[in-house]
Design a protein around this ligand. Structure first.
Ligand code: ADP
Length: 418
């Protein structure tokens, strides 16, 4: 395998040619990547390395409808990134057309309010935020370092999950804890899924034919992690996730908001350490813990349809807590233009959407059942009957948002140099 040092190349794109962005999303045990045309969203290459850190780690490349899978040894992020660079070098024209590399970075703390061009200072600051996201930021930094080694000529851009929420007011982001924990340790609500919210806000403005600055939205990003965000005049004014992505509504394996007294109670009753209880809250709760079946919403819906009572209760709790979160987020908004569903569950589960809207008649939201059934597998549309508020399904595209940010920042940097 070629090392990233060997892979270092000059990547100035030929003028007039299509320019692409390589988008890297290094997770705790995965690496997602895509080469994207930021103006059309076209993806000539995409793929994913999974199960990094375990014996069956592998990387899959998808190009022109074909799939190629390679086992990874060693099973590390670094070897996944080297495999990607080696693969890319087999396509010199594609490499020549890259204009920037965009990195998803999970936690930007209070330092980063928007996407940035990466330099040594910002890289250090991303490392400083690792305390707040110990599984993610170190992996994100590995991606940045590998990409810098392989493509030293290309501008590298960091796009933060937390940045969109940095304009939340202090009364929304502070916890009622001793103030010094915020001042000295950074304990506050940060919020996540910000890149998705930014993309969906822009799409909502386009689809509702109204400038984002005039819109009041609640965006329900429902994937394995789930969050709702109140967006007023294009900014997040409150969101359900907090210091970590554990807070808020029911997640796939995470509990969401619970009485914090439960942690000490369980530690005492089960004779477990707080670390062990923490692991249960992150990995064994949510849809998985409630249903006893799976963290996958499809499996639970199927079981519920077959009469599995625990699965039925799980869906009821999931939708009830979503609706309650919508109610809470109405406080900073005052009025609602649209409740937008996105993410794997939001884009595909007509059942969860219908169950949630069942609670929200008081906001003037009435389900359009036919439209609701049609909005699946990437189809956007309005799923409520005409009224003063509307419910929409809008598929998200975080990679495209990262690509757009990267192109904009790379162009600005080039303008400054000229
Ligand atoms: P991640 O947060 O990991 O990016 P996704 O946004 O892909 O996750 O969402 C994954 C969730 O979407 C899973 O719970 C999966 O069951 C759910 N999902 C995908 N398709 C459907 C469907 N047709 N019906 C219900 N849930 C679905």
């Amino acid at each position: 395998m070629t090392s990233t040092n060997d892979a270092s190349i000059n990547s100035t794109p030929a003028s007039g040619a299509t320019s692409y962005v390589l988008v890297l999303n290094c997770g705790s045990s995965s690496l997602k990547f895509a080469v994207i045309d930021a103006s059309t969203g076209e993806q000539p290459l995409s793929g994913m390395a999974e199960r990094l850190g375990s014996d069956d780690a592998e990387i899959v490349f998808k190009q022109n409808g074909a799939k190629q899978t390679q086992a990874l040894t060693p099973h590390t992020h670094k070897s996944a990134l080297q495999a990607l660079v080696t693969y890319l070098l087999g396509y010199p024209a594609l490499v020549q057309s890259l204009t920037a590399i965009g990195h998803r970075v999970v936690h930007g703390g209070e330092h980063f309010r928007e996407a940035i061009l990466i330099d040594s200072l910002s890289q250090q600051r991303i490392a400083d935020c690792s305390n707040l996201a110990p599984l993610h930021n170190p992996a994100n930094l590995l991606g940045i370092e590998a990409a810098q080694e392989a493509f030293p000529q290309l501008p590298q851009v960091a796009v933060f999950d937390t940045a969109f929420h940095q304009q939340m007011p202090d009364y929304a982001y502070l916890y009622p804890l001793p103030y010094e924990y915020y001042r000295d340790l950074g304990v506050r609500r940060y919020g996540f899924h910000g890149t998705s919210c930014r993309y969906v806000t822009a799409e909502a403005a386009r689809l509702l034919n109204k400038p984002a600055a005039e819109l009041k939205l609640i965006i329900a990003h429902l994937g394995n992690g789930a969050s709702l965000t109140a967006v007023k005049h294009g900014h997040s004014v409150d969101t359900t996730m907090g210091l970590t992505p554990l807070e808020g509504v029911v997640h796939g394996t995470r509990c969401g908001s619970i009485d914090p007294g439960i942690i000490a109670y369980l530690a005492h009753r089960l004779n477990k350490s707080t670390d062990e209880i923490d692991a249960i809250l992150w990995k064994k709760s949510g849809l998985l813990g409630l249903s006893g079946l799976s963290n996958d919403c499809r499996t639970i819906e199927e079981a519920a349809a077959n009469g599995h009572e625990q699965a039925q209760l799980t869906l009821e709790i999931y939708a009830y807590r979503l609706a309650k979160a919508v109610g809470e987020l109405m406080i900073p908004l005052g009025r609602l233009d649209a409740l937008v569903f996105t993410g794997g569950i939001g884009e595909n589960s007509s059942l969860i959407r219908a169950r949630t809207l069942d609670w929200l008649g008081f906001l003037g939201l009435q389900l359009d059942s036919e439209a609701n059934e049609q909005c699946i597998r990437g189809k956007a549309g309005k799923i409520s009957q005409n009224g003063h508020a509307a419910a929409w399904v809008i598929p998200t595209n975080e990679e495209l948002m990262i690509a757009r940010d990267s192109v904009a920042l790379a162009a600005a940097a080039q303008g400054e140099q000229a």
